[in-house]
Design a protein around this ligand. Structure first.
Ligand code: ADP
Length: 315
C-alpha cells in the first residue's frame, strides 16, 4: 500500500483498555483468591487494537474514543502514538478511570475476564459525530467496534452513511440497538457467536442451534444489503455478499498457535484499512485473514500484529 494515497486512511471508533494479566495455576472461584507469580500489562480494547493493527500494516490511522485523565490513560495514549496512531480525536475525561480488563489465565489457556468500562462507557455521541465529520474529507473507511455506548456507535455509523464513507462494524457485543444500525448498510464482521446473535435479532429470536453459519450470514447480508464477514478462528473467514456466492477464505497455516487474543481485532483493522485503500471486499479480507493468522503466533493482543511486508510475504 502507498501510505500517501488518500484512500489508505482509516478512522477507528471504539474502546481502549489496559489489560492486566495474571497467570495462575487455576481460575479463582467465588470469594477465592489465587496468586500467580507475575502480572503483565498489555494495551487492549477492540477499537484500539484494530487501530494498531491497521497502522502496523501501513495505513494512516486516526482513533476516536476516550480515556480517563489518569496515568493509565496517558500510558494508553502513548502506546497508540508509538504505534503511529493519531489520537487527537480521543477525549481525555476527568472523574472516570481509563478502561481496564482484569484477566486471569490458567495453564490450559482458559481465562476469566472482568472489564471495567470506565471512560469507554462515557464516549460521547457528539464527539464521535464531529470526529467522523472531520474524517469525511480524509478517510476511505470508518471502522466501529461496539464496546462504547449505543448512542456513540449509532452516531459513528449514521454519520459515515450520511457522508458517504464506507463503514465496517465489528459487532462485539451485539446489543438490541444493533438492529437499528442495519438501515445504514454497514459491513458487519461478527465472529460465530456474534453472528448467531445478529441472526436472532433479525428473526425475533427464532434461531435453531444447528443453522449453518453460511445461512445465518446470508440472511443478515440480505437484510443489510451489504457483505457480512464471519471470522471462524482456525477455519478462516466466511463472506456472504448479497451480490455473489458465499466464499470461505481459509486461515493461514500457523506452526504453533500461542495466543489468539486480538486475532479478530487484527482482522478488522487490516480488512478495514485495505477496503479504505480501494480494494474489493474479498481482496481486503484475504489481507485481513493473512494478518490475523500471523498475529496468533505471539503472546498479547498487539505483539504479533504483522507489518505490511510480513503480510505481503504471507499472501
Ligand atoms: P475473534 O477474536 O473475533 O473471535 P477469531 O478467533 O474468529 O476472531 O479469529 C479471527 C481470525 O484470526 C480468523 O479468521 C483467522 O484468520 C485468524 N485465526 C484465529 N485463530 C487461528 C488459528 N488457530 N489458526 C490460524 N488462524 C487463526
Amino acid at each position: 500500500m502507498n501510505s500517501h494515497d488518500r484512500a489508505t486512511r482509516l478512522l477507528v471508533v471504539g474502546a481502549v483498555n489496559v489489560d492486566l494479566v495474571v497467570e495462575a495455576d487455576r481460575l479463582p472461584g467465588p470469594g477465592e483468591t489465587v496468586v500467580g507469580p507475575t502480572v503483565t500489562r498489555h494495551g487492549g480494547g477492540k477499537g484500539a487494537n484494530a487501530a494498531v493493527a491497521a497502522a502496523r500494516a501501513g495505513a494512516e490511522v486516526r482513533y476516536c474514543g476516550a480515556v480517563g485523565s489518569d496515568d493509565t490513560g496517558a500510558q494508553a495514549l502513548a502506546e497508540l502514538r508509538d504505534s503511529g496512531v493519531d489520537v487527537t480525536d480521543v477525549g481525555v475525561l476527568d472523574g472516570v478511570a481509563t478502561g481496564m480488563a482484569l484477566i486471569v489465565v490458567d495453564p490450559q489457556g482458559e481465562n476469566q475476564i472482568a472489564v471495567g468500562a470506565g471512560a469507554n462507557a462515557a464516549v460521547d455521541a457528539e464527539m464521535v459525530r464531529a470526529a467522523v465529520d472531520r474524517a469525511a474529507s480524509w478517510a476511505g473507511c470508518v471502522l466501529v467496534s461496539t464496546e462504547i455506548p449505543p448512542g456513540a456507535v449509532a452516531a459513528a455509523v449514521t454519520t459515515a452513511a450520511a457522508r458517504g464513507i464506507r463503514c465496517v462494524v465489528n459487532p462485539a457485543p451485539v446489543l438490541p440497538s444493533t438492529v437499528d444500525l442495519m438501515e445504514s448498510r454497514p459491513v458487519f464482521t461478527p465472529n460465530a457467536s456474534e453472528l448467531r446473535d445478529l441472526h436472532r435479532l433479525i428473526t425475533d429470536g427464532r434461531d435453531a442451534p444447528d443453522v449453518p453459519a453460511a445461512e445465518r450470514a446470508t440472511a443478515v447480508a440480505s437484510r443489510t444489503g451489504a457483505p457480512v464477514l464471519v471470522t471462524l478462528g482456525a477455519q478462516g473467514v466466511l463472506i456472504a455478499d448479497p451480490a455473489s456466492e458465499v466464499v470461505v477464505l481459509p486461515a493461514g497455516h500457523v506452526d504453533r498457535v500461542v495466543d489468539t487474543t486480538g486475532a479478530g481485532d487484527t482482522f478488522n483493522g487490516v480488512f478495514a484499512a485495505t477496503l479504505a485503500g480501494g480494494s474489493t471486499v474479498v481482496d481486503a479480507a484475504k489481507r485481513g485473514v493473512a494478518a490475523a493468522s500471523l498475529s496468533v503466533a505471539a503472546v498479547g493482543a498487539r505483539t504479533g500484529m504483522p507489518s505490511d511486508q510480513e503480510i505481503r510475504s504471507a499472501l
